[in-house]
Ligand binder design. Structure first.
Ligand SMILES: Nc1ncnc2c1ncn2[C@@H]1O[C@H](COP(=O)(O)OP(=O)(O)OP(=O)(O)O)[C@@H](O)[C@H]1O
Ligand SMILES: [Mg+2]
Length: 266
């Protein structure tokens, strides 16, 4: 399996997970990387943000895969952007936790389905990016078990770091049993407001604590980033010169450069 499976995760709501999935996916696809986004949030924001409908009647979503009625191959949708496919989500997904309550191995479902798919479709994707819901529920655990590494968006606001300590505890617990090789690939500071002193304070605190795990590129607060999803497109296609686009394109470069450093280190 050559694909890298990366979850974008933070149990805190509204910190920029979906925005990061959509725009990193777009940035990577522009760099000739083949990307599969998996929308694992019943809210379906990355589904709509990438121009697909998340109508509740759709029977080709991640829900059908996790509940066992379809294979990954059957539910991959193309987006209108090249190199960028998606497995959509819809509100059905919120019932999964209750529906699978009797299944003792349910935490492994996503990992196993993905492995089965990726193993017999060699070379199709370079990265699988999973958009997680804002909770530490079953869906998030499934993502943690299925992933090679994690990207954590951190909103530069008060309380940002408190939530992350809880996330790290959860990650550590998953590492003990379910996925020993899991690691945080990096922390991305989001919604940075240079006029607000708090933003800089949170940045400083995050860099002091997490050191080089924190990406050098920081995503500013930029209204274009919040407008783009309602047009069903990543910001780099919506307004490629806005500060939000520039920051995500630079972040994409930093993300790709990380890969080279892994190769050198190996
Ligand atoms: N850098 C930014 N500047 C301005 N608005 C932003 C920025 N990043 C995200 N937003 C907006 O803030 C809101 C929350 O962002 P997003 O949906 O990416 O967060 P999330 O962590 O995925 O939320 P949830 O936990 O609900 O899934 C959205 O309306 C989004 O468009
Ligand atoms: Mg989201």
């Amino acid at each position: 399996m050559k694909e890298k499976i990366i979850s974008v995760i933070n149990q805190k709501g509204g910190v920029g997970k979906t925005t990061t999935v959509i725009n990193l996916a777009a940035g990577l696809s522009q760099n000739n990387k083949k990307i599969l986004v998996i929308d694992l949030d019943p809210q379906g924001n990355s589904t709509t943000g990438l121009g697909l409908l998340n109508i509740s009647q759709s029977s080709n979503s991640i829900y059908e895969v996790l509940s066992g009625s379809k294979k990954i191959d059957d539910v991959i949708s193309k987006t209108k952007f090249s190199n960028l496919d998606i497995i959509t989500s819809n509100v059905d997904l919120s019932g999964l936790e209750v529906e699978t309550a009797d299944d003792g191995r349910r935490a492994y479902i996503l990992k196993e389905k993905l492995a089965a798919y990726l193993n017999d479709s060699r070379g199709r994707y370079d990265y699988v990016l999973i958009d997680c819901p804002p909770s530490l529920s079953l869906l998030t655990v499934m993502a943690l078990v299925a992933s090679h590494s994690l990207l954590v968006p951190l909103q530069t606001e008060f309380f940002a770091l408190e939530g992350i300590t809880q996330l790290i505890k959860t990650i550590d617990r998953i590492k003990v049993g379910l996925n020993p090789n899991l690691e945080i690939r990096g922390i991305l500071l989001t919604m940075f407001d240079k006029r607000n002193r708090l933003s800089s304070e949170v940045e400083l605190e995050a860099r002091n604590y997490f050191k080089e795990k924190v990406y050098k590129n920081v995503v500013p607060r930029n209204v274009r980033l919040s407008e783009a999803p309602s047009h069903g497109m990543p910001v780099i296609f919506y307004d490629k010169n806005c500060p939000g686009s520039k920051s995500y394109l630079n972040f994409t470069k930093e993300f790709l450069a990380q890969e080279e450093s892994f190769v050198t280190a190996a």
